[in-house]
Design a binder for this molecule. Structure first.
Ligand SMILES: NC(=O)c1ccc[n+]([C@@H]2O[C@H](COP(=O)([O-])OP(=O)(O)OC[C@H]3O[C@@H](n4cnc5c(N)ncnc54)[C@H](O)[C@@H]3O)[C@@H](O)[C@H]2O)c1
Length: 335
C-alpha cells in the first residue's frame, strides 16, 4: 500500500530539501502544496516533478477546499507543515500576510487533520522563545515570548496546535529548530546574502555590532530530525532541534570572506533591526535522548559545502535575484 504525506511549503528552502530527503531516504510518496510566494521556487524541486512518487500542487494552506481535496483524493497519512511567511524584516514591514499564512493556514490544516484523523507535524521555530542573555539555552519548557510579528505568528500557530491536541485529540507534534543554512536558501537570509555579495565584491551589510548570536544547523540535519518526529514523536510533545553550534554574525561573515578569499573591508555595519533578538541557543537533549536523533554535519563542513553550492549554482542565484528579491533588497538596504 502506498504511504503518502502532504508537505506544505515544499518549494521553499527547508521544504524543498525535505522533499529530496523523503524521496531519497524513505519509501513514502508525497504531495507538495505551495503557494509559490516570492520565496517558493519550483526550480528547487524541478528534478522531482516528473517522479511518480511526487505530485506538486500550487495553492494556499488557508484554502480549506484544496486541503480537503488533496487529503481525500491522495489518501494522505499525515501533514508536515513547512509553509509560512518566514522573513522577520518583512514581518516588521507588514505583519498581515504572516497572520494569514502562519496562523490561519495552520488552523485550516489542523481542521483537516482533525476531521480525517491525520498525523500532523508543525514546523515551528526557536524564535517563539524570544531572546536569551549571554547564558542559558532554550528548552521545551522555556516560556513562549515572541518579539517580532513573525515569531508572534509562529507562536500563535503553536498554541493552536496544542489546543487541537487537547481539545480534539489531534495527533500533532511541534518542532522548534534553530537557524538553518544550506543549499537553496533564498538570498535575503544572512548566509546566502553574504556569500553572494562577497562573490560579487559588494558590501556585506551587518546589523548593529554584528555580535548577535545564532545557533546554526545544516538543513539536512534539521530534516532528519523532522522525519524522526513525524515517525516517532509523541502526540502533544514539542521537540527542540539544534546542533549546538553558536556563532555570532560577524564571525560567520568573516568565515565566508576567508573561504572566498575576499577582504574584510567589504563588511559594512548598518543600523540594527528594531527589536533584534540578541542570542538564540537550543538545548536538544529531548530529541537526542527520546528519539535517538543527532546532527551529522559540523558548522565548518556545512558552511564550506554551502559556499560551494552557491558558487556552482549561479544560474539558480541569478534566476532568484532577477525577481522581486531585487526590489525588496533596494527598498530595505538602500539607506
Ligand atoms: N529558515 C530557518 O532558519 C528556520 C528555522 C526554524 C524554523 N523554520 C521554519 O521552517 C519553515 C520553512 O522555512 P524556510 O526557511 O524554508 O522558508 P521559505 O520562506 O524559504 O519557504 C516557505 C515556503 O512556504 C510557501 N508559502 C508561504 N505561505 C504559504 C501559504 N499560505 N500557503 C502555501 N505555501 C506558502 C512559500 O511559497 C515557500 O515556498 C517555516 O515554517 C519556518 O518558520 C525556519
Amino acid at each position: 500500500m502506498i504511504k503518502r504525506i502532504l508537505i506544505t511549503g515544499g518549494a521553499g528552502f527547508i521544504g524543498s530539501n525535505f522533499v529530496r530527503f523523503v524521496l531519497n531516504k524513505t519509501d513514502y510518496s508525497i504531495v507538495i502544496l505551495d503557494a509559490l510566494t516570492y520565496a517558493g521556487n519550483t526550480e528547487n524541486i524541478a528534478e522531482y516533478l516528473t517522479d511518480e512518487r511526487c505530485t506538486f500542487i500550487k495553492g494556499r494552506i488557508e484554502d480549506n477546499e484544496i486541503i480537503r481535496r488533496i487529503c481525500t483524493e491522495y489518501d494522505i497519512e499525515g501533514i508536515i507543515n513547512f509553509a509560512a511567511e518566514t522573513h522577520v524584516d518583512r514581518s516588521i514591514m507588514d505583519p498581515t500576510p504572516f497572520v494569514l499564512s502562519n496562523v490561519m493556514g495552520t488552523v485550516s490544516l489542523l481542521n483537516m487533520a482533525r476531521e480525517l484523523n491525520l498525523r500532523y507535524v508543525q514546523i515551528s521555530t526557536d524564535e517563539v522563545y524570544g531572546s536569551l542573555g549571554n547564558d542559558g539555552l532554550f528548552t521545551e519548557y522555556t516560556p513562549i515570548q515572541p518579539t517580532s510579528p513573525y515569531s508572534a505568528s509562529k507562536a500563535s500557530a503553536d498554541h493552536f496546535v496544542m489546543s487541537f491536541v487537547h481539545t480534539y485529540g489531534v495527533n500533532a507534534s511541534i518542532t522548534r529548530c534553530s537557524n538553518n543554512y544550506g543549499a537553496m536558501q533564498f538570498p535575503e537570509k544572512l548566509i546566502p546574502l553574504m556569500i553572494l555579495n562577497a562573490m560579487e565584491d559588494k558590501a556585506l551589510p551587518v546589523y548593529g555590532d554584528g555580535l548577535n548570536v545564532r545557533d546554526w544547523i545544516h538543513v539536512d540535519d534539521h530534516n532528519s530530525a523532522v522525519w524522526s518526529v513525524y515517525k516517532s514523536g509523541k502526540k502533544g510533545e514539542v521537540y527542540n532541534i539544534g546542533a549546538s553550534s553558536e556563532q555570532n554574525n560577524i564571525t560567520v561573515v568573516k568565515m565566508i570572506l576567508k573561504a572566498l578569499n575576499k577582504s574584510e573591508s567589504l563588511i559594512q555595519y548598518v543600523k540594527d533591526r528594531p527589536g533584534h533578538d540578541r542570542r538564540y541557543a537550543i538545548d536538544a537533549t529531548k530529541i537526542r535522548t527520546e528519539l535517538n536523533w543527532k546532527p551529522e554535519i559540523t558548522f565548518d563542513e556545512g558552511l564550506s559545502s554551502t559556499i560551494e553550492w552557491y558558487c556552482n549554482n549561479m544560474e539558480w542565484c541569478n534566476n532568484v535575484r532577477s525577481g522581486e528579491y531585487r526590489n525588496y533588497y533596494e527598498k530595505h538596504y538602500k539607506q
